[in-house]
Design a protein around this ligand. Sequence first.
Ligand code: SF4
Length: 702
Amino acid sequence: MNETRTTCPYCGTGCGLRVSGASANVAGQIPAIKVQGDNSHPANLGRICVKGSALDKTMGLQGRLLAPHIKHQRVSWEQALDHAAQRLADIIQQYGPDAIAFYASGQLLTEDYYAANKLMKGFIGSGNIDTNSRLCMSSAVAAYKRAFGEDAVPCNYEDIELADVVVLVGSNLAWAHPVLWQRLAAARAARPDMQIIAIDPRRSTTCAEADLHLAITPGSDSALFTGLVNWLITEGKEDALWRSRTVGRTETAQAAAPWTADKVAEYCGLSRNQVEAFYQLYCKPRRVMTLWCMGINQSATGTDKCNAIINAHLVSGQIASPGCGPFSLTGQPNAMGGREVGGLANQLAAHMDFTPEAIERVGRFWGSNRTAHKPGYKAVELFQAVERGDIKAIWIMGTNPAVSLPDTNQVARALAMCECVIVSDITAHTTTAAFADVLFPAQGWGEKEGTVTNSERRISRQRRFAEPPGEARPDWWIIAQIARRMGYEKAFDWSHPHEIFSEHAALTGFENQGERLFDISRLSRLTRTEWEQLQPIQWPVNSHYPAGCPRLFQDGVFAFPDGKARLVPVHPQPPRGTTSKYYPLVMNTGRIRDQWHTMTRTGMVEGLLQHRNKPYCEINPADASQAGITENRLVRLQSATGWMLCRAVITDAQPVGQVFVPMHWSSQFALQSQPGALITAHRCEISGQPESKFTPVRAQPV
Ligand code: SF4
């Protein structure tokens, strides 16, 4: 039986998979494949979760987009490509390059992402390409850059197992990254002294399993970690070596000084004993990891929250050695790959900013004198610019922003009035696709070739094992075809994704002489056969680290000119939204164990609906009683921007004054069930990441 080693297309854990058996997609038939964890892949060592093991059930043709369409009429590829390229060219000629935008996805492969970024920033000449990764980890990106001088996750999954104390903050790891949770749970079973501390307003599955659960007031995370910095300093727990490796200590200590344990306890809704218990566990001279996810990043002060966490690791010296470090977990399979190619609107390419030197250098590498000179719109701003009419054409690739962005009513208005909406997807009838003027059928998981990078900087191959159905094509091919029709034949003259990967890898080291951290230029020399056989490897991959680098900054040298890390003074701020007598509850959103994003794949698998099969809200018994809500009663949640319907789950795991709603449902699966409609588009001023964890709402029985 044929066996293909590939990578899971869901969460940022990036598990290696072994897929055995394959067959062509035939209408009405599910390819006969079996999916197992790959025990040779360092990310999962053979483990797999329920979503990964159900991947075979997502390979059928139900709901697949199989042919190009213009205005929902089937057309040939030639017609669709000619039409889209002409529309883009006409709009650029009439309004300029900034009237065009791309909205990409952490689901794209690195080669697809590179092609999209090159076309927009290199040849159309605008910075207007952003991505759903903006909603995922852009606060962590900004914080790493502020602290280390480079967007670089310093640690790896093995460190989680080596730690003595693992702090999980804003992360329901057991559901959102199940295989990492399995690894952590196994490590604790082997070393019962290991302590897991979970910081989360609600008692999630992860918190219920933790040794210490701190149910903090929503949005108070910065205060808890800034208080920790103050505790480290006042209790004499600073690490002397690391003090010499950082700058900004005086200002950071001053900002932290007011945050005594008493003040932290009051601000965070904890007892002083709880705060002290956390600080003392952290301060023992052992190995500490902090893992965080959307509960930190999706905040109007997300970047500061991330820096508060990183500050604590720099002050305590819990960094750059085995079992230590501040670790932002990415949500998506290739959020990291998007960061690498410049898929965020504020990056140029290959982790380079829009500096005059980088613009000139990248332009020379690409052979273009049209390279964008300034950042473009970030996700939320981008769709606001569409609604204002500043952006006339948008190309949405592999994502469903009409469900996943905040204030989805605004997104729908923007798409409805946009002159030209192009959508590339594998699914025919998403909420977003309904607005499309042009629909391109993309190839899906198992049908295309390329690479992805997981949360620990590990580049892995996704490999093809099934024939693409209908007329589906790879995203990079679609982008290159449009580019060629716009007159950029030479720069997009690729015939295989290996050529794109080589070009991308070469750009990371172009004229840098090994000075930049994100450098995988050694991989640019891979032959096609070597690329096809590429084993998982962690960047950088250059002359210093020819076999990759599992742990960064071990020499204590950071990416700033003076080589030192930066402590960033953090002044904790409350969330932007406020509750009132009209909206007395705080709505929090998150993932559930068995669904992925807007359910366009997992929502069609019956087995994955056994766990949770309908939109619901978790609400405390006291709040339910006050509102007259009973178990399983249909509830209307209303915010200042919209409303949704869901079933009540009454539980004391949910604190008084708060409701929790899964992020996944939309009208595609249940009437009026979209939490994004309720979320105001407040966002972090530094990262642009929206605040999805603090929406004032009211709950009423229907
Ligand atoms: Fe896929 Fe994430 Fe599950 Fe691994 S943990 S199998 S990457 S969904």
